[in-house]
Design a protein around this ligand. Structure first.
Ligand code: SF4
Ligand code: SF4
Length: 145
């Protein structure tokens, strides 16, 4: 959903009835499906909420989307390895794919990195608990209370 890593779904900002139906259907996916492999959080992302992006991982488990057609190298690698996000990956510290993304200039990329490392340290349940309060695909994270 971001620049060269887009899987193509975020390119069209036109909200169609079909996109809205798809979006509604996806609301039944397990909570972790809303976490982008890179550390973005789709559930609170504006592009996801307005229907212009289908989210990072939604629809693959049901066959509605085909991972072979995904353009994002992060997502392809992460999902092919069976991870929920790069926070699960033992190669996180040395991986050029994720580092070239997290090293991009811009606040949001620093937040995606922070999310990935938060997930690795504290796990998904705590991440989802805090991320559900955000108003965008990234936001504030703090030590579990
Ligand atoms: S991993 Fe998912 S959320 Fe992150 S840039 Fe790729 S498609 Fe977008
Ligand atoms: S950290 Fe790198 S190697 Fe590991 S799943 Fe993510 S993209 Fe793949």
């Amino acid at each position: 959903m971001h620049g060269p890593y887009s899987d193509g779904y975020a390119k069209s900002r036109v909200e169609t009835p079909k996109a809205s139906r798809y979006h509604g259907h996806m609301s039944h996916e397990p909570p972790r499906t809303y976490i982008g492999c890179c550390g973005a959080y789709c559930r609170t992302c504006r592009a996801f909420k307005d229907g212009s992006c289908k989210g990072c991982k939604l629809g693959y488990a049901t066959g509605e989307r085909d991972l072979a057609k995904a353009k994002c190298r992060i997502k392809v690698c992460c999902m092919n390895r069976g991870y929920q996000s790069c926070g699960d990956c033992p190669d996180l510290d040395t991986c050029d794919i994720i580092h070239s993304f997290h090293d991009k200039s811009g606040y949001k990329y620093r937040k995606y990195r922070e999310s990935t490392q938060f997930i690795r340290q504290y796990g998904y349940e705590e991440y989802i608990r805090q991320a559900n309060a955000w108003t965008n695909a990234y936001g504030k994270l703090g030590p579990p209370r």
